[in-house]
Design a protein around this ligand. Structure first.
Ligand SMILES: C[S@@+](CC[C@H](N)C(=O)[O-])C[C@H]1O[C@@H](n2cnc3c(N)ncnc32)[C@H](O)[C@@H]1O
Length: 346
């Protein structure tokens, strides 16, 4: 005897609904599904409004960097901070045929996504080498690859928009998430652990040196040794310590920047890179360095000036290059960018 047919359910299952959000457009990073899906119409609308689509990054000073690096077919180039691959995807065609781009980043979360995007543009292993690496180890990496030097180098320092905008990475004071801030979450300690264990003296020095925070001692006394598991816990504490509400956002910005630099040992990595730069470039090689705050720019400016004085560089930027007003308008995240360059002597 055959089994009786299964009765039709009274309430057949409905197709899954799109997540609800308040207002006409999603506000939360994870709800911006059209941006994550790279829907062309949505990307165009978001970009035209002066915002960076979720999960992407807009390359800064791109035409200026291409002009400085003056790439030729067959050359070998290193992008020390490949990020989303915005600069890299313009460098790659400029060195074809026969050229090779070595692209590094410390971020194990974004790097595989970037590699997939760049490979999908048609760049195979012979043309594009992707390495999860800290640029402080550049000489060793080039030696491993059997290269004495490269023809051009690009460093676009700091954090990418995909990292800042993702609340789970804990970089932004604008969204709630764990106070992590590690570019490579597999290494080092998160921002919350740093704050919980640091002394007031060390924290004051860090706030002053990494972000020129004018109230470094007052803030350090209140924050050092305390538990701030989330970005919100830290901004709440900073708001309570900042009587003038107009000063709140700039204080958040400076404190978050100072912590991020410390968590990722960004100045140590930059100082090491600047020391090794000339030996990593072939004679006549070009380097472009894009910085985002005075602590970075001071270091780059000083290192390039010293190298010009001792004959390491044949020429360096005599003034800093800034994004045009129209680039700053189209991409407000470019506003603080400063570009410097140098050419290695023969
Ligand atoms: C501003 S983004 C680069 C964006 C990229 N130029 C683009 O067009 O998409 C900076 C990137 O540098 C990476 N980074 C920061 N410090 C690094 C270091 N010491 N070594 C390697 N990568 C680093 C970050 O993880 C981030 O992805």
């Amino acid at each position: 005897m055959s089994a009786p047919p299964t009765p039709a359910p009274d309430n057949p299952p409905r197709p899954p609904r799109r997540k609800r959000y308040a207002g006409r457009n999603p506000q939360r990073f994870e709800d911006k599904y059209k941006e994550h899906r790279q829907d062309p119409e949505t990307l165009a609308k978001v970009t035209a409004s002066g915002k960076t689509p979720a999960g992407t990054h807009i390359p800064i000073l791109l035409p200026e960097i291409l002009e400085i690096l003056a790439l030729r077919p067959g050359e070998t180039v290193t992008d020390l901070t490949v990020g989303y691959g915005g600069h890299a995807s313009a460098l790659l065609p400029a060195i074809q045929p026969g050229g090779r781009l070595i692209a590094l980043d410390v971020d194990p979360i974004e790097l595989p996504r970037t590699e997939a995007r760049l490979r999908a543009l048609g760049f195979p292993d012979e043309t594009l080498t992707i390495q999860r690496s800290n640029f402080a180890g550049l000489p060793k990496l080039l030696a491993t690859l059997g290269l004495a030097g490269v023809d051009a180098l690009l460093a676009d320092l700091g954090v990418s928009s995909m990292q800042i905008d993702n609340p789970s990475r804990g970089f932004s004071f604008k969204t709630e998430g764990p106070l992590d801030m590690r570019l490579n979450p597999d290494r080092g300690q998160p921002g919350s652990a740093l704050l919980a264990s640091i002394t007031p003296q060390k924290l004051a020095a860090l706030l002053h040196e990494n972000a020129d925070e004018p109230r470094a001692f007052l803030l350090a006394d209140a924050l050092a040794g305390q538990s701030f598991p989330t970005t919100r816990a830290l901004t709440d504490a900073l708001r309570a310590l900042t009587p003038d509400p107009d000063e709140a956002e700039i204080t958040f910005r400076r404190v978050f920047q100072a912590l991020r630099i410390s968590v990722n040992e960004e100045f140590t990595a930059l100082d090491t890179l600047l020391r090794h730069l000339p030996q990593c470039l072939n004679p006549g090689g070009r380097v472009a360095l894009l910085t985002f705050h005075s602590g970075e720019d001071r270091r780059v400016k000083k290192a390039l000036a010293a190298g010009l004085a001792d004959g390491t560089w044949s020429s360096i930027a005599d003034t800093v290059i800034r994004p045009t007003p129209s680039e700053q308008h189209a991409n407000p995240r470019s506003t603080s960018a400063k570009l410097r360059w140098a050419i290695r002597a023969y």
